[in-house]
Design a protein around this ligand. Structure first.
Ligand SMILES: [Cu+2]
Length: 726
């Protein structure tokens, strides 16, 4: 019985079928190429070359050379390498005649973690590359040192980057803002995207990249798949099972191209029961059910112009949130966009590429506690509280890339408007207590416009500089009269509308000590805006501290000065990368007790305020080495220490020191991996601002493998948490 329980806590398997596979061989002409550093002219070893939208590709050798067999028609290749900005390049027939073509990549200067979803064998040399169990979008970020999650349920985890979360971290989908509709943050933006929707994920730690938004903690950009013109009509299916929550899932992806039009569609479904946390302990009420579909149509207008229409729908229902007072009955997102891309071929002219996207999305969220025992809980006893939330966002994001000799300038225009609404009922189970209606977010309208410039240029033979500047203008107002009356009751009869205007700047320098070793220094002075809930929320229950929160229209933006020093060294046998960072936050937005309202045992109130300051310091280190033919070992570790100076105590929700170590064996048709993950106990806890507990450390072992049964069928399997540790 013990053994059976042990196994049911851990097994997973997935079977992928792809029919028919990419037939590259017909009338094939090989493309010969060499990948070089745009600034130094040195070859870049082990770059990855993938036909966009497919799993088909190759890797360059240590001299940067590669050969790829391609069909005669249209081709878009994505070339990427660790430490460089990926490039998508249009391959024309004349590039395939004879001489190797030179492809140049620019050093990213910033520390960007890129996780490629398709062609998962490609980036094995990057220790954070995710080639394992891709059940959900979270799995793609799981191995990146410095990235953690707040897990309130069995899915829809909220990303935490270097101890920063919520409004401090920007999560966008293809650069688009999608604002969660749950005031309890059950629905981070990443919850609305499934793995089969994605081509890759880019994660930047800290406030150094300002092209996606002004934030102080980091950016996650979920970049979705586009239709490809390089494949025969295809259908790919995958089914998976995971015993820890009896997860059953299925995916279908299909695509075809005809002439100048290409279509790609995907559909997936997942259902899970209660999750077993290890040690035979099941978490009651943690199941969920979800589906997702996406369709994209691309039309080539001429050799340089393309138009893509996209629609994504995501539905999750019956989602149990064991950590919260409530469960989500239904969470729906509808995301649509129209994108125009323009690309000049290779060399001539200053303007290299331009992309403009208009978008519109809605998120609806229903939650309640009808499944909970409301008689026996300390907060809101004897009260059912169904809640509803909705956001509607329309926006435009436009990027322009210019080349001036070896220098490069990217300009971004980012504008959007979001309307948010949230309300709740309180139905008492006792006859003598009246029902109550609460407006948590009374039609909050946020209008936001920003311009950003990103300039990189060589400063000497060995030194590259990158400068990011961004200016944001945001207006926000409460449109619902009832909500205006409530907030004016707390804040006085003044106008509640606010306008924020502020600038951000970051600079990075990368110094090549020698061709394989690079040092990086990044500096930033950036700010993030209060969220609409922090400005105008009313009676918002915060699960972290158990207080009800009132928004504060008078909040100042949270400002951060930060610095990061990094080193990277990549050779043919091993790679090492390490960073240390410091982050000083002023006007740190936290909940402090509300003088305007009195607490009692059941209802305790706080208001968002700017605390004086907080600071975070930490490090990340990762290394990978080829130890023998086919064998490689990878290790990562990260640590963050946060201190709230106003209260002179640790910041809350800071992850402990953690590490991973994995041994991998790779052959052309199969791979196997054994991985250990560990975390130290977290004893630095916030006791006055939150009610945190000391958490224990843990050590778990995972084993995984994949085997290609035939050309178009593969099976992936594994045991997570082999020793079934709680
Ligand atoms: Cu919710």
């Amino acid at each position: 019985m013990k053994t059976l329980k042990h196994l049911t806590a851990a097994l997973f398997a997935a079977l992928t079928l792809a029919l028919p596979h990419l037939s590259a061989a017909q009338d094939a002409q090989p493309l010969k190429g060499v990948v070089l550093d745009d600034l130094s002219g040195q070859s870049i070893p082990l770059a990855t070359i993938i036909v966009t939208g497919t799993q088909y590709g190759t890797a360059a050798d240590y001299e940067g050379q590669f050969e790829l067999v391609l069909r005669p028609e249209h081709h878009m290749l994505r070339i990427s390498a660790v430490g460089y900005t990926s490039r998508i390049i249009h391959i024309t027939p004349d590039m395939r005649q004879g001489e190797p073509v030179t492809f140049r990549l620019e050093p990213s200067v910033l520390n960007v973690d890129e996780v490629v979803v398709s062609g998962d064998r490609a980036l094995v040399d990057d220790p954070s590359a995710s080639s394992h169990n891709q059940n959900a979008t979270e799995d793609l970020m799981d191995r990146i040192p410095g990235a953690d999650f707040i897990q309130r349920a069995n899915f829809a985890w909220e990303p935490v980057i270097r101890g920063m979360n919520g409004g401090q971290v920007g999560v966008v989908i293809d650069g688009m803002k999608v604002v969660g509709a749950c005031i309890d943050r059950m629905d981070p933006t990443s919850a609305y995207v499934e793995v089969e929707n994605l081509e890759r994920l880019e994660l930047t730690k800290g406030g150094f990249d300002l092209s996606m938004g002004s934030q102080i903690g980091g950016t996650v950009n979920l970049m979705t798949q586009r239709p490809s013109f390089d494949e025969d009509p295809f259908v790919s299916t995958e089914v998976g099972f995971e015993s820890a929550s009896m997860l059953r899932r299925g995916r279908v992806v299909a695509g075809m191209a005809k002439g100048k039009t290409s279509v790609r569609g995907s559909w997936s479904y997942r259902v899970a029961d209660d999750f077993s946390a290890g040690g035979g302990q099941s978490l009651p009420g943690s199941g969920y059910e979800k589906n997702n579909y996406k369709i994209d149509v691309t039309r080539i207008l001429n050799h340089a112009h393309q138009l893509t229409g996209s629609f994504l729908a995501d539905n999750a229902w019956g989602v149990g949130y064991p950590v919260l007072l409530m469960d989500a009955t239904l969470a729906k997102a509808r995301i649509s966009s129209l994108t125009h891309t323009w690309e000049r071929h290779m060399t001539d002219g200053a303007l290299g590429e331009a992309e403009t996207r208009v978008y519109y999305n809605t998120v609806n969220h229903w939650m309640d506690d009808y499944q909970r025992d409301v008689f026996d809980r300390p907060v809101m006893r004897g009260m059912y509280m169904p809640m509803y939330g909705k956001t509607e966002t329309a926006g435009l994001i436009s990027r322009w890339g210019f080349h001036f000799g070896p220098s490069r300038l990217n300009l971004t225009l980012d504008a959007y408007q979001t309307d948010s609404f949230g309300d709740m009922w309180m139905f008492s189970v006792f006859e003598n207590i009246q029902d109550m209606y609460l407006l948590n977010l009374g039609d909050i309208r946020v209008r936001h416009g920003a311009v950003a410039a990103d300039w990189s240029t060589p400063l000497s033979d060995n030194l590259v500089g990158r400068l990011n500047v961004r200016w944001d203008l945001s207006t926000r107002a409460v449109l619902n009269d009832q909500a205006v009356a409530i907030l004016q009751g707390r804040w006085g009869n003044e106008d509640l509308a606010r306008t924020y205007s502020f600038g951000n700047i970051s600079a990075s320098f990368e110094y090549a000590l020698n061709p394989i070793t690079r040092l990086r220094l990044s500096l930033a002075n950036v700010a993030r805006l209060p969220t609409h809930v922090e400005n105008y929320g009313h009676y918002v229950y915060n699960y972290v501290d158990g207080f009800f929160y009132t928004g504060n229209p008078n909040l100042k933006p949270e400002r951060s000065s930060q610095m990061e020093i990094g080193i990277e060294r990549w050779t043919s046998r091993y790679g090492v990368s390490a960073s240390v960072f410091g982050n000083w936050i002023r006007d740190y937005i936290v909940g402090l007790s509300d003088a305007g309202l009195s607490d009692n045992e059941i209802y305790r109130f706080r208001v968002y305020q700017n605390a004086s300051s907080a600071s975070l310091v930490g490090f990340e280190v990762s290394a990978v080495a080829d130890i023998a033919r086919g064998f490689s070992v990878a290790a990562t570790s990260s640590y963050t220490r946060g201190q709230n100076h106003e209260l002179d105590e640790p910041m809350f929700l800071i992850p402990p020191l953690s590490a991973q170590l994995s041994l991998r064996y790779d052959r052309p048709t199969y791979w196997a991996e054994i991985e250990s993950r560990m975390a130290m106990p977290q004893e630095r806890i916030a006791e006055s601002i939150a009610i945190e507990d000391v958490t224990d450390g843990y050590f778990i072992v995972n084993a995984r493998g994949s085997y290609q049964l035939q050309e178009s069928t593969s099976i992936r399997f594994g045991i997570d948490n082999v020793f079934d540790t709680f």
